[in-house]
Design a binder for this molecule. Structure first.
Ligand code: FPP
Length: 247
């Protein structure tokens, strides 16, 4: 960290891609068309993030609560994720993108998770942008799973409860090794976190944009970074702190 001045390019940007359904509804289209167009926006933002020096990009692709949507919509979303990996993996790999998946991996049926894990494995040595796909992800669930693991370690005598620190908790979250998001963007005019990265968002800056996700472009991304660059981050202290982008 370097002190003084305004914030530079964020190292980690996380996005709640919201408004696909409303985008479609306003055009008299089925909701699935909004999701389909949303995948094009995903492609644009991955390219834009890599191009401007962002090191980590997290996308909230499917929450643990999204299973409660109508079966047909869940199936459409699974199909889109599947197609995204099948069609784009080679190009992402060539662009040196490393893929990571966060979310609960237990008791999932279907071939989406295996495909995502294959993408993770294929790209694990890449050193460019890290694209983190939040799939079957819910922050409270993530924290509960980490707590369960630590409690089991403590109960078996392998971990002294006095050694449970915020760092140890962070190391047991799905995001272990990934810096906290500097900037969280949510589209569609909604202004809430919806169980996304609750622990990691402790000092994140928030940018809420009115655009629906399918309309999100490289320009919208640049606008969010510009808003972020005007923010003064103090991390609980009195002086502004500037976080440097590594590498
Ligand atoms: C929110 O819009 C969006 C989602 C629940 C899914 C986001 C998924 C994608 C953009 C496609 C797949 C992702 C990747 C990474 C390839 P909403 O349906 O809640 O919109 P609404 O609030 O207007 O109804």
């Amino acid at each position: 960290m370097v002190s003084g001045g305004l914030s530079p390019v964020p190292e980690h940007v996380a996005i709640i891609m919201d408004g696909n359904g409303r985008w479609a509804k306003e055009r008299g289209l089925p909701r699935t068309m909004g999701h389909t167009k949303g995948v094009d926006a995903v492609r644009q933002v991955v390219r834009a993030a890599g191009g401007c020096g962002v090191r980590y990009l997290t996308l909230f692709a499917f929450s643990s609560e999204n299973w409660s949507r109508p079966a047909a919509e869940v199936s459409d979303l699974m199909g889109l994720l599947r197609r995204f990996i099948r069609r784009d993996l080679a190009e992402l790999h060539k662009a040196n993108v490393r893929i990571r998946v966060i979310g609960d991996r237990e008791n999932l049926r279907g071939d989406v998770l295996p495909l995502l894990l294959e993408a993770e494995e294929t790209t694990r040595l890449n050193e460019g942008l890290t694209l983190i796909i939040a799939f079957n992800y819910g922050a409270r669930d993530e924290i509960a799973r980490a707590m369960r693991r630590l409690a089991q370690e403590a109960a078996s005598g392998r971990l002294d409860p006095a050694l449970i620190t915020p760092d140890l908790i962070a190391e047991n979250l799905d995001t272990a090794g990934i810096p906290d998001p500097d900037l969280i963007i949510r589209t569609s005019g909604e202004e809430r976190l919806s169980n996304f990265l609750l622990w990691q968002a402790a000092y994140s800056e928030f940018v809420f944009l009115p655009d629906y996700w399918p309309d999100f472009t490289a320009e919208t991304f640049a606008e969010a970074l510009k808003l972020y660059s005007g923010r003064e981050r103090r991390f609980g202290g009195l002086s502004p702190v500037k976080t440097a982008v590594a590498g």
